[in-house]
Design a protein around this ligand. Structure first.
Ligand code: DGT
Ligand code: CA
Ligand code: CA
Ligand code: ZN
Length: 580
């Protein structure tokens, strides 16, 4: 079994142990083991006959090694089974509600047998919740709001969460021999910001003829699935405990391309493509491109051959939103979209000086390992006192430390002095101009006052852009996907002014932000803004996690030339806003 599946089982067990009020040390040992397993670069299933090596992994003791061996043998282990019998798997979903910690979940279960969101709603409705100790009308209201929020957002999932689920399902499916290709299609393949459900397509000899029944059984036995929703001749649908639905389709190889094309979508792209097929005397379905006349098969094994038969170049999934991509493909005018490998540096990251986990040196080494040529260290400023933001004095000392690391890297990587300076409510900045003047990369961003009147908000951001030391505007709209709406302001006015002044705008690639959106990125390019893509990493492991941001840039049709930090160091520096 893949490491990440093992890790997920250990993590679930930790959740259930917490609910059962187990010894906190015991809970922690499961959490630590889950982290260690997830982080391990060695496939644990290869170590089963070498218990010593298993034990050598920090965080894995004798008991845990036994659990892992049991998971490999039986797909689960005794403690997990025992907890699953004692509680309901749907209780894990309750833990996701705001204000519902393991203790409260246990309380509701022990006193009222509440084990799911539906049962909790009923208990809040009919007054049973009020009979619980230390639980009043206020608590009831809070939980009601929590459930409403959860439901509003639970229709969709952040892309990185959906992708993790897809990877786990894929890892599990791979255990069955004879599955050659497993691809997550739908909105995930198109790189949308959030995902409604997963559409996983599978093909290989094990999907052919009478073998498919066994493949369906294997799929339906997925141990992390919450509820099986449907099981057909070649399709299995289940719902994860998080609420995410997963549809798995097992397909013959000859129509895999047609299915991939169909289930990648988008719907509107497919509608346009089908109309084009009809005009040319073909029908296009999830099974094949065929001649209308006599139903003869034209193409179906690969997407490329289907697009080619329709007189089109293959279209990258990120562009399939019916925004002119079909016309571009026909004219041979599709852009060569930016790729992760085009990025040469990262201009937004935090260290232990504020809320990051690692040192300047560690971040530099990690960036070097990624093949970057330059980075900027951009910690927070004092307005964010809770996370130890820097004041002028500490910022100066920090600059000196950054310069030391820069020197120590001996030109293998340039480490630029920078800051993520807070934009205050009136648009002034949280550090003095004298200090800002000493840094190469001043990123200015908002972390509060998201609800200002739109005109005031626009003035605030314009004032920040006017500061001559600001070279990059960070996560400009302040949104957090599924959690906080973008600030309301005149984005065009701010972008236009940034373009005039040569101030760049950032695309923040953190999957909880992905700020700017695809439409905003298109607008920024049209207005002539310089654009950067940044990780906003808070630990070495988050550096280089640009994939979701890159896909957002691709959805906006951006090429490497549209993005400043695809340039080598000297060209990058000369593309920045000139210093006063
Ligand atoms: P989502 O799940 O809301 O994030 O978005 P999608 O795009 O993954 O949508 P979904 O899961 O409903 O369907 C997956 C793909 O299947 C969709 O992008 C296109 C294709 N599809 C589904 N239903 C239809 C349909 O009624 N007509 C056409 N042309 N395509 C469809
Ligand atoms: Ca979908
Ligand atoms: Ca679907
Ligand atoms: Zn920030």
């Amino acid at each position: 079994m893949e490491n990440r599946l093992i890790a997920a089982m250990l993590d679930e067990t930790a959740d259930l142990l917490e609910i059962s009020a187990a010894d906190p040390f015991r809970v922690r040992s499961y959490r630590r083991a889950a982290e260690a397993v997830e982080a391990s670069t060695v496939q644990l299933s290869t170590l089963l006959d070498e218990p010593k090596k298993l034990l050598a992994i920090p965080g894995i003791g004798k008991g845990m090694a036994a659990n892992i061996q049991e998971i490999e043998k039986a797909g689960t282990f005794p403690l997990r089974e025992e907890l699953m019998l004692r509680y309901k798997p749907s209780m894990l979903e309750l833990l996701r509600l705001p204000g519902m910690g393991p203790k409260t979940v246990a309380l509701f279960w022990d006193a009222l047998q509440v084990g799911s969101i539906e049962e909790l709603e009923a208990a809040l409705e009919d007054g049973r919740a009020l009979t619980l100790p230390r639980f009043g009308q206020k608590g009831v209201e809070k939980l009601r709001e929590g459930i409403a929020d959860y439901k509003r957002n639970s229709g969709r999932f952040p892309i990185h969460v959906a992708e993790q689920v897809a990877e786990k399902v894929t890892a599990y499916l791979r255990e069955l021999p004879g599955l050659d290709r497993i691809v997550a299609a739908g909105s995930l393949r198109r790189g949308r910001e959030t995902v409604g459900d997963l559409d996983i397509l599978v093909t290989g000899p094990a999907c052919a003829g009478d073998q498919v029944a066994a493949a369906v059984e294997h799929t339906a036995a997925y141990p992390l699935a919450g509820t099986i929703l449907a099981k057909g001749a070649n399709k299995v649908s289940f719902r994860m405990r998080s609420g995410l639905q997963v549809d798995v389709r097992l397909l013959p190889e000859g129509s895999f391309g047609a299915a991939l094309q169909y289930f990648t979508g988008s719907k509107t792209h497919n509608v346009s493509l089908r109309q084009r097929a009809l005009r040319r005397g073909y029908t296009l379905s999830e099974y094949a491109l065929a001649r209308i006349e006599d139903g003869a098969f034209v193409a179906g094994a690969s997407e490329e051959e289907i697009y080619a038969a329709l007189g089109l170049a293959w279209i990258a999934p990120e562009l399939r939103e019916n925004n002119g991509e079909i016309e571009q493909a026909e004219a041979g005018a599709l852009p060569r979209l930016i790729e992760e490998a085009d990025v040469c540096g990262d201009l937004h990251m935090h260290t232990e000086a504020s809320d990051g986990k690692d040192t300047i040196r560690a971040m530099a080494e990690a960036a070097l390992a990624l093949g970057y040529q330059y980075i900027a260290i951009t910690d927070h400023t004092k307005q964010l006192a809770m996370i130890n933001g820097l004041d002028d004095e500490r910022a100066l000392a920090h600059i000196a430390r950054i310069r030391e690391v820069d020197a120590a890297m001996e030109g293998r990587l340039r480490v630029l002095a920078g800051i993520e300076v807070d934009i205050l409510a009136d648009g002034t900045l949280d550090l003095s101009d004298e200090v800002l003047a000493q840094m190469e990369i001043v990123v200015a961003s908002t972390h509060s006052q998201f609800a200002l009147d739109p005109q005031e908000q626009t003035e605030r951001l314009l004032r920040a852009v006017e500061n001559p030391f600001v070279r990059i505007m960070g996560h400009l709209t302040g949104r957090q996907l599924l959690r906080r709406e973008p600030m309301r302001f005149d984005l065009t006015a701010v972008l236009r002014r940034a373009a005039e002044l040569g101030c760049a705008v950032e695309h923040n690639a953190s999957p909880s932000r992905l700020d700017l959106s695809d439409n905003h990125l298109r607008l920024a390019r049209e207005l002539g803004c310089r654009i950067t893509i940044d990780s906003d990493a808070h630990a070495t492991g988050e550096l280089g996690k640009l994939q979701y941001g890159i896909r957002q840039l691709r959805r906006a049709g951006l090429t490497a030339a549209d993005v400043l930090n695809t340039r080598p160091f000297a060209a990058f520096m000369s593309g920045l806003r000139p210093r006063p």
